[in-house]
Design a protein around this ligand. Structure first.
Ligand code: AMP
Ligand code: ZN
Length: 112
């Protein structure tokens, strides 16, 4: 059994409801949502963070996000993708993941 929480989710050991998956990625709801729609996308294979993930896997992410956002009904109004890396980036789970936030006007974090 893996020590990594998101590997355990990827291996379907925790009973987390899977919203969408393919051979490379899986999507499930964040347990502590920060927006009306807050979904996490993880690669099924373990990588620590965005700088660690294999290029041929990350190349498949946009198609997954496109299909997921359509499935969630947020593709037209839009959404934000965030990934945290390291301590200052606020990363608390060291299996890389992408937050998809949507369902309200998210404002402009860059200017805050
Ligand atoms: P980060 O700060 O980018 O590492 O974010 C980790 C995210 O994982 C947080 O938004 C948590 O709410 C979320 N999280 C932690 N445990 C779980 C879980 N078991 N299922 C879904 N989301 C989780
Ligand atoms: Zn992992």
């Amino acid at each position: 059994m893996s020590d990594c929480l998101f590997c355990r989710i990827a291996n379907k050991e925790l009973g987390t409801e899977v919203l969408m998956e393919n051979d490379y990625f899986m999507a499930f709801s964040d347990i502590n949502p920060k927006a009306p729609v807050h979904v996490l996308i993880i690669p099924k294979k373990h990588f620590q963070d965005i700088t660690d993930i294999e290029g041929d896997i990350i190349a498949k992410l946009p198609d997954f996000i496109k299909e997921l956002s359509e499935k969630l009904g947020v593709s037209e109004r839009g959404f934000r993708i965030i990934t945290n890396k390291g301590k200052d980036g606020g990363q608390i789970i060291f299996h890389t993941h992408f937050h998809l936030l949507a369902g309200k006007d998210l404002g402009d974090l860059i200017k805050e």
